[in-house]
Design a protein around this ligand. Structure first.
Ligand SMILES: *[C@@H]1O[C@H](CO)[C@@H](O)[C@H](O)[C@H]1NC(C)=O
Ligand SMILES: *[C@@H]1O[C@H](CO)[C@@H](O)[C@H](O)[C@H]1NC(C)=O
Ligand SMILES: *[C@@H]1O[C@H](CO)[C@@H](O)[C@H](O)[C@H]1NC(C)=O
Ligand SMILES: *[C@@H]1O[C@H](CO)[C@@H](O)[C@H](O)[C@H]1NC(C)=O
Length: 455
């Protein structure tokens, strides 16, 4: 069978063969214009996948997963700030608020029975990203910062001092497999959220929590502050001495970015600088393999055998944006990070060449499209391009002082609900969960199926 490319070339004499069929997206990593238009070529199919995969048309609820949409919105918002492209802003603004749910805490009773802390955390990060970028607030609704604070508050209320001296568990309810596991993304994610809230609001409470989560993590295999090795998980059963060893970019990314925010919040504390440098060097050594030239990010635990699941397909995008934040907040790291983010763009230029729409695959290091397609790989690629742009433009990571709209006393007068005024939802939800637990213990058939975690 002749290649499409060949056909296209042959047809060029007869027809206008204008669309870049099976061609690369041309990307110059030093040009904002080039990165912006590449970003749109990646975002258009991303949003198409997103729209097609909404469950029964519920805004922001994707079939088979809940948090992925939040992570996608976080990515779009960051891209919008760096590029100025606002094509999807209205839709994202609407859907990001919609999924905050009935209590404005990203814990809607539709989903709360089967969520993990990490699922809710991603929405919290999307909300603080909206605050830091100056994404438009929704009038008559809580500010983005309030939503991020509500997530923080619920999660620290789940702090488990009963086992291993602290930490939050992966899953939220006792009936979930994973309830006794403490993992890096849940704890690292909450650490990052706390650090970002500390810098954004300048409220010391968040910084105290960031310190506490860091210190606890460092007392377990989750965060080794000598080797800068981050284990994926540990468990209460073994008093948090055991370690799930798989290495993932986003685990490193949460602790790295959180440390960068703390460095900046403390106005240059040397201990935080040491931590940033330790984690950065370790991340680079692990996820920028020398065999691919040392300048392209790779999800090393699953890309080789092509076994990445839908979650893992998305990690590199977050990591790229968090590395960009690190370079902005800790200027001494910029020299090291800049070529790595440019390298990603150069490689994406070739990897994003699938089918007529220039779909992106998962192996950024590979010169030809690897055949993977879908929402998550588009998200990751958009995050990759965006990390490069953020640094090139030196985007402002705002605080309450540079984004006064985020102050809940300033906007939304009347209907305003600060987290302190939000209705107490814990009791109701816990009661519901208690009933479910009883049903489960009694073994009532039919209740089990839908309790199985799907995200
Ligand atoms: C929707 O999601 C399913 C799996 O969750 C996937 O198989 C399918 O390709 C997706 N469809 C689109 C259009 O993204
Ligand atoms: C919860 O589910 C109902 C029924 O499907 C739907 O109408 C509503 O929009 C959902 N809410 C959220 C926040 O997803
Ligand atoms: C700081 O944040 C904490 C946690 O959200 C809150 O309880 C406290 O009231 C805040 N302090 C100020 C001065 O806003
Ligand atoms: C904190 O971040 C800003 C960029 O937002 C940067 O200009 C400043 O130098 C950083 N502070 C320190 C102590 O490095």
């Amino acid at each position: 069978m002749p290649s499409l490319q060949g056909l296209c070339t042959a047809a060029l004499l007869l027809l206008q063969c204008g669309s870049p069929v099976l061609a690369d997206i041309p990307i110059q990593p030093d040009s904002i214009d080039s990165l912006r238009s590449a970003g749109m070529e990646i975002a258009d199919p991303m949003m198409k996948f997103y729209e097609q995969n909404q469950t029964e048309g519920i805004p922001g609820k994707l079939t088979g997963t809940w948090y992925v949409a939040g992570a996608m919105m976080m990515t779009w918002i960051q891209y919008w700030q760096a590029s100025g492209e606002s094509k999807y802003n209205d839709e994202i603004q609407h859907d990001l608020m919609f999924q905050a749910g009935e209590n404005y805490d990203y814990f809607s009773s539709n989903y709360s029975q089967w969520l993990g802390n990490d699922d809710q955390m991603f929405w919290g990060l999307a909300a603080i990203t909206a605050s830091e970028t100056g994404f438009a607030e929704v009038s008559g609704k809580p500010t983005w910062t309030s939503l991020a604070r509500a997530v923080f508050q619920m999660q620290v209320d789940r702090w488990d001092s009963q086992h291993c001296g602290g930490g939050i568990t992966w899953q939220i309810w006792p009936y979930q497999a994973g309830y006794t596991m403490k993992n890096a993304i849940s704890n690292g994610g909450l650490f990052e959220l706390s650090a970002r809230l500390a810098r954004f609001t300048n409220n010391e409470t968040y910084a105290e929590w960031a310190n506490k989560i860091w210190d606890w993590s460092a007392s377990t295999p989750l965060l080794n502050t000598k080797t800068w090795y981050i284990a994926d998980s540990t468990s209460n059963e073994n008093n948090c001495k055991d370690a799930g060893q798989l290495q993932w970019t986003y685990n490193y990314g949460t602790y790295l970015a959180g440390a960068a925010f703390m460095y900046n919040y403390t106005n240059g504390d040397q201990e935080w600088l040491r931590r940033v440098n330790g984690l950065l060097d370790s991340s680079i050594a692990k996820f920028y393999p020398a065999k691919f030239g040392g300048n392209v990010l790779s999800e090393v635990s699953c890309e080789g055998p092509m076994t990445c699941d839908r979650n893992q397909l998305g990690f590199k995008g977050y990591m790229s944006m968090w590395m960009a934040m690190t370079a902005i907040l800790v200027p001494s790291t910029a020299e090291k990070i800049t070529p790595l983010l440019k390298g990603n763009s150069e490689h994406l230029s070739k990897q994003c060449s699938g089918e007529a729409e220039n779909l992106c695959g998962v192996r950024w290091y590979q010169d030809t499209w690897d055949g993977t397609q879908g929402l998550e790989v588009q998200m990751a690629a958009l995050g990759g391009i965006t990390g490069n742009m953020m640094l090139l433009k030196d985007v402002q990571i705002k605080t309450i002082e540079t984004n006064p709209d985020a102050d809940e006393n300033h906007i939304n007068t009347g209907d305003s609900q600060s987290p302190d005024k939000l209705p107490p939802i814990e009791t109701g939800d816990r009661a519901g969960a208690w009933i479910l637990t009883v049903l489960l213990i009694l073994g009532i058939p039919g209740t089990v199926g839908w309790l199985i975690k799907t995200a």
